[in-house]
Ligand binder design. Structure first.
Ligand code: DLL
Length: 434
């Protein structure tokens, strides 16, 4: 299939897209009903079936599926295909207990590759690119998802996986890599380590980064683009739906196009579950439209965003979602104030003199919650006089106060004090007793 044909659904007129979605939704509901006990019971309880879907918006009458459902049916209870048709399993570890297991038929893998090809193409990658894939290979979906997509695009893939930073830098330079896939926090670490080794990433042929798997902010993007001399694109996905490739930014870098022909998005109020209109911020709920092995109906992602229906400068008709600002379950409450790590990151990066390496430590002192933000300062600042450090600390406390409406303690730490992650960064350390 030619490249243009692969990307054709990106430009489908709206009415045609809704028609396609409806046909796929009906087939999905039928498949889920026939093959998965949990879906059958829930649809029967509400008297729903494929015929209840006359318009994609009718999906709003269907019950949600949650992470708890995946745990309760661990490991294979939500599979809609016999094991003989399942050709791949991945798993995602949660914060507690057993991982969740996801399955793919051969057709599912083809769809995954298809959306990843379209994703890479959307951020300007072509067959001429040399792609260093530093997402972890294994049960995590990042490695293999990006791998098959980049390969199908015709790019040269370097399956280096995560870790071994010095070798990553050598490969980046010696193999004349033009695009890199990893978490944004790991890329920052790479740039920094390269500096120590006397390698300037800015001077290498590297021109694009496809970053995702964890939340990051626009301030972080500015930092990465300046320090790395590249364009940084945001890619979103989750194991339960497919892995990476649910949505991606295009060259306009203004929201992530959702591959709506395979994933149907809704935004709901995270508290009440009520559907919200395009433009309103809430929890992203996704339904897979073509998944065979593990269909997901109205999966509660816990990711907070909003849908953007306005046309995009790139010409794609796919709706966009705003960068994931936070997860609804990321929130912690300090002295009655709701706090999200992303707000802290944004506030810190607005103040000059700090590095995008930070950690939030939560403790409980005499029954009262306390929060300390530890942030690394630039080497120049660190070697400077104590007075400058104090001034910086005050500016940070003020910036956080301004954003959160809360005065919290800030500890400036030496460069390299905060542990680097090869995959998803751990920003919050909760030392409060349960
Ligand atoms: O992180 C899949 C992936 C791999 C996406 C590589 C992008 C690149 P999980 O491990 O199941 O899958 O984690 C999914 O990570 O619900 C979000 O909370 C978060 N996440 C993923 N991408 C982004 C992003 C992969 N671009 C969970 N921005 C999701 C913010 C993200 N959060």
């Amino acid at each position: 299939m030619s490249f243009l044909e692969v990307s054709a659904p990106d430009y489908l007129p709206l009415a045609q897209m809704r028609q396609l979605q409806l046909a796929r939704l009906r087939a999905l509901a039928a498949r889920a009903y026939q093959n998965v006990q949990l879906y059958r019971t829930r649809m029967d309880e509400r008297g729903l079936g494929p015929e209840s879907l006359c318009d994609p918006s009718d999906l709003g009458r269907f019950p949600f599926t949650t992470k708890a459902d995946l745990r309760d049916t661990y490991p294979f209870g939500l599979f809609a295909s016999p094991m003989s048709e399942v050709v791949r399993l991945h798993a995602s570890s949660g914060t507690t207990g057993k991982p969740i297991v996801v399955a793919y038929t051969r057709e599912d893998l083809e769809v995954w590759t298809n959306v990843m090809v379209r994703a890479f193409a959307a951020c300007g990658l072509t067959h001429g690119d040399v792609v260093q894939n530093a997402y972890g290979y294994g049960l995590f979906t990042g490695g293999l998802g990006a791998h098959y997509g980049a390969e199908a695009l015709g790019a040269t893939v370097i399956p280096i996986s995560g870790g071994n930073t010095d070798r990553q830098i050598m490969v980046l330079r010696d193999f004349r890599v033009t695009a890199i896939c990893c978490t944004p926090s790991y890329f920052i670490h790479l740039v920094e380590r390269a500096g120590e080794l006397g390698v300037s990433i800015r001077e290498l042929p590297l021109r694009a980064g496809i970053f995702g798997a964890e939340p990051w902010t626009d301030s972080m993007r500015r930092h990465i683009q300046t320090e790395g001399g590249i364009q940084a694109f945001d890619i979103y996905g989750l194991s339960e739906i497919v892995g990476p490739g649910v949505a991606i930014e295009c060259s306009c870098q203004d929201g992530l196009h959702i591959f709506e022909d395979h994933f149907y998005p809704e935004i709901v109020d995270p508290e009440s579950g009520e559907p919200l209109p395009d433009g309103a911020e809430g929890e992203l709920v996704l339904t897979t439209l073509s998944k065979q092995a593990m269909p997901m109906i109205r999966y509660r992602t816990r990711d907070i965003t909003r849908l953007i229906a306005q046309p995009c400068g790139c010409g794609r008709t796919l709706r966009r979602m705003a960068r994931i600002s936070r997860r609804s379950d990321d929130m912690f409450i300090i002295r009655g104030v709701n706090v999200f790590p992303s707000q802290i990151e944004a506030a810190l990066l607005e103040v000059e003199g700090t590095l995008p390496h930070y950690q939030i430590i939560l403790t409980r002192l005499k029954g009262l919650d306390a929060m300390e933000v530890q942030v690394e300062v630039t080497p120049e600042f660190f070697s400077d006089k104590v007075g400058a450090m104090e001034g910086l600390q005050e500016r940070l406390v003020d910036a956080l106060d301004h954003t959160l409406g809360l005065r919290v303690s800030v500890r400036l730490v030496e460069p390299h004090t905060i542990q680097r992650s090869e995959g998803k960064a751990k920003r919050v350390i909760d030392r409060r007793e349960p």
